[in-house]
Design a protein around this ligand. Structure first.
Ligand SMILES: C[S@@+](CC[C@H](N)C(=O)[O-])C[C@H]1O[C@@H](n2cnc3c(N)ncnc32)[C@H](O)[C@@H]1O
Length: 323
């Protein structure tokens, strides 16, 4: 097991390094820098270069001293990974050797009460990963009942979405819903009855977070861009944490990759080839040490020399959902 940052335990670090096989002078993009766990391990493993992207400005300044020691091999970019083409072009780079994503929020974001991501802490309703865009407060207090129900159902996969949306509308007639605890109480009252292991606000909070950070479209955009940006033989490696994300990755690779065997036999019909079509899951030891790893699914593929047209891609075809 590799050394871990106490603020955020990196997921499937050994597996990522094993697939990536960092090599001298190659360029890798870590699209989800977070606490820098994967980036630091990659930089330690070989004399390679990393471009670390995060939309959350606090992630970029987290390991200042250590990052300074890698200054000649590490470029930090504040921005969305959906804009990866621009970020890479701005650095004067055309192609890279790998694009890596470890999706979702970091433990630092979840455990920082002020960010308003969690119903475990009382805080203003925010939930933005970066500094731009609508907050959860605006959505919960402004959106119509039907739209709230759709957000909670489609992005949170919450079956009781209509009841919860109705509860929100009734609640905000009395006063604006300002905090995570206020929203969580409304959800608890709306769904009624006893609840077991999963807190009744879990799915609604997930739905609001995914919607307001536009997480699924961001994922779609970076997958499409990866085709253009990867060198032949370059690697696309994605760790997803829930079915909405994993479905998009799985479908993208299903439509756009062929097996290694067919590729090596001269079948040149796809922009990627895979060695393993199935998702890789974390091992038992990792899950025991870090229960958050339980739902992680890692998928990866290698770039071929073919690049399809942008028009071949379709968000809905890959399982993307809209409100
Ligand atoms: C799970 S954490 C990554 C943890 C990191 N791999 C580590 O080991 O420390 C995900 C990070 O991705 C960032 N992120 C999520 N969506 C993003 C997007 N569309 N563009 C840029 N960064 C994003 C979040 O702000 C968060 O810091």
């Amino acid at each position: 097991m590799k050394e871990q940052n106490p603020l955020h335990k990196s997921i499937m670090l050994d597996e990522v390094i094993d697939i990536l096989k960092p090599s001298e002078n190659e360029i890798y993009v870590d699209c989800t820098l977070g606490a820098g766990g994967h980036t630091r391990e990659i930089l330690k493993t070989s004399n390679c270069n990393v471009i670390g992207i995060d939309r959350d400005p606090s992630a970029l300044s987290l390991n200042d001293d250590e990052y300074k020691s890698y200054a000649s091999r590490l470029s930090l970019v504040e921005g969305k990974f959906g804009d990866i083409e621009n970020h890479i072009a701005n650095l004067g780079i055309e192609k890279v050797n790998a694009i890596f994503l470890d999706l979702g929020v970091s433990s630092m974001q979840l455990d920082n009460a002020e960010r308003g991501f969690s119903f475990r802490f009382d805080a203003p309703l925010d939930m933005r990963m970066g500094a731009d865009g609508q907050t959860a407060f605006e959505i919960v207090n402004k959106y119509q009942e039907k739209d709230l129900a759709n957000i909670i159902f489609r992005y949170g996969e919450e079956r009781k979405s209509r009841r919860i949306a109705h509860g929100i509308i009734e609640g905000r007639k009395i006063k604006k819903i300002e905090t995570t605890f206020e929203l969580s109480d409304i959800i608890k009252k709306s769904v009624g009855g006893k609840y077991s292991k999963i807190h009744p606000a879990t799915k609604t909070f997930q739905g609001l977070r995914i919607f307001l950070n536009d997480e699924l479209k961001e994922l779609y955009r970076v997958l499409i861009a990866s085709e253009k940006l990867l060198h032949e033989g370059g690697k696309l490696i994605v760790i997803a944490f829930h079915s909405l994300e994993d479905r998009i990755v799985k479908n993208f690779l299903r439509y756009n990759s062929t097996s290694e065997k067919k590729y090596k036999n001269g079948e040149l019909s796809h922009p990627f080839f895979y060695k393993n079509r199935r998702a890789t899951k974390p091992g038992d030891v990792e899950i025991k040490n870090n229960p958050r790893a339980r739902s992680a699914r890692l998928r990866y593929a290698y770039k071929t020399e073919l690049t399809s047209n942008k028009s071949d891609h379709n968000y809905r075809k890959y399982g993307g959902v809209d409100v």
